[in-house]
Design a protein around this ligand. Structure first.
Ligand code: FE2
Length: 441
């Protein structure tokens, strides 16, 4: 059924005028560039996975109500090597090859790991990234190939490593209103510590050094970067031993259903993440849909899956199944779900009193302060349910500010008093107020 999607496709290097039915708006002028795999076998060798096919770039140019089509293979180093050898000689996501059995296996091991070898694929088949006035074909490695968007010729090759220490990068950047490009990647560098890197903004250490989260895209709002550290992980040990064991890069990814998903919300200007960390149940995400800010909240939508088996669907053997079997297999896939998350950007600094009936709330907050669980103590002559005080042990993250016991009017959440403690006070969980009249005192 899907076999036709993994056939070798010839180039259409010269513009081909399309037959238009209907009417294309005359204001629609420009070129849609698209990228994807178009070559799945070379000589007598074939790729195992759809993501391995050689990048075939094509363009649809809209001009005066007409459409012109052309396509060219990306002349990456990988493509040129494969074509000149007339066989696959560079490993891809789902295809591991051993082009030179005489080469010292340890040198292969390190060059693959450090991604400093031309043997590592630069088959940028996923997307395009604009940096300034230049356009690059991109994938998830740290090498991007520059193309001419008009002729589709490959005109250059750049390694991110020339500018930033990086092993992997996303193919899904964001652009701001000024035209700046934002991207992020993964640096597996033993010296400075493995980390996620948001270009020129900040870096985030891995939650688990040997099992960093895989990520395919990230979110961006006017003021924040949204990075979802999902429990779909890269097994570093498996990755660095993959070559010995004949394991493909794709098989070094795994879904840890016992871990949670951690959200990082990072201020774009300061590079500082929200102090409060938010988690959710485990899921797998590849693509963010939308992100924006509203009423002191970051809102973002993603397409999520309950596990990672969607990759298996794209193995060529699976795609070449008879229609009935293909449909049967596709039923086992975790279906995509559109999920919205809403995260408060000031949640770490507030005590809130919520009127659940009228849907209103009032708050107490102070910069650099972490208030503990608020404890209500009724006044002796209380009439209303909120006659009394709220007690909270407040710890400050500012080293020059002491911690204190905060006393608020429970009706208004206005501060009545604070008792500064000149000792180190720790963050706590729960507590109990024992009135003096009690026999326990
Ligand atoms: Fe994508």
């Amino acid at each position: 059924m899907a076999a036709k999607f993994c056939r070798n496709i010839p180039e259409t290097p010269e513009p081909l005028k399309a037959e238009v039915s209907g009417s294309i708006p005359l204001w629609l002028q420009g070129t849609l560039l698209r990228n994807g795999p178009g070559l799945f076998s070379i000589g007598n060798t074939s790729f195992n996975h759809w993501f391995d096919g050689m990048s075939l770039i094509h363009s649809f140019t809209f001009k005066h109500g007409e459409v012109y089509y052309r396509s060219k293979f990306l002349r990456s180093n990988t493509y040129l090597k494969n074509i000149s050898a007339n066989k696959i000689v560079v490993s891809e996501f789902g295809t591991m090859v051993y082009p030179d059995p005489c080469k010292n296996i340890f040198s292969k091991f390190f060059t693959h790991m450090l991604n400093s070898s031309a043997d590592f694929t630069d088959n940028n088949l996923v997307n395009f990234i604009r940096y300034g006035d230049d356009y690059y074909a991109s994938s998830e490695v740290n090498i991007i190939n520059q193309i001419d968007p008009l002729t589709l010729d490959t005109v250059g090759r750049v390694s991110y490593k020339k500018y930033i220490s990086l092993n992997l990068a996303t193919a899904h950047p964001h652009y701001d209103e000024e035209g700046n490009t934002y991207n992020m990647g993964t640096a597996i560098t033993p010296l400075s510590g493995p980390k996620f890197v948001i270009f020129k903004i900040c870096s985030i250490p891995f939650r688990s050094k040997l099992y960093p989260s895989y990520f395919h895209s990230f979110g961006m709002t006017e003021n924040y970067i949204i990075f979802v550290e999902q429990p779909f992980k890269l097994d570093i040990i498996r990755l660095i031993t993959a070559y010995f064991r004949g394991v493909t890069w794709g098989k070094c990814l795994f879904f840890d259903q016992d871990d949670d998903t951690l959200f990082h919300i990072i201020n774009r200007k300061t590079g500082v993440a929200l102090k409060t960390k938010f988690c959710s149940a485990p899921f797998v995400v590849f693509h963010h849909i939308n992100a924006y800010e509203e009423d002191d909240h970051v809102v973002f939508d993603m397409i999520t899956y309950k596990d990672s088996n969607v990759y298996d669907f794209f193995y060529i053997d699976c795609m070449k199944q008879e229609t009935e079997k293909f449909i049967e297999m596709s039923k086992t896939l975790s279906p995509p779900v559109c999920q919205r998350f809403v995260i408060p950007v000031n949640a770490d600094l507030k005590i809130a009193k919520v009127d659940t009936y009228n849907k209103t709330h009032i708050v107490w907050s102070e910069e650099d302060c972490y208030p503990s669980e608020p404890k209500f103590v009724a006044s002796p002559d209380a009439v209303d349910e909120d006659d009394g005080v709220i007690l909270s042990s407040v710890v400050s993250t500012n080293p020059s500010k002491s911690s204190f016991m905060l006393v608020l009017d429970a009706k208004t959440l206005k501060e009545i008093a604070r008792a500064t403690i000149n000792a180190t006070v720790h963050l706590d969980l729960h507590g109990l107020f024992i009135p003096q009249a009690s026999e326990m005192i």
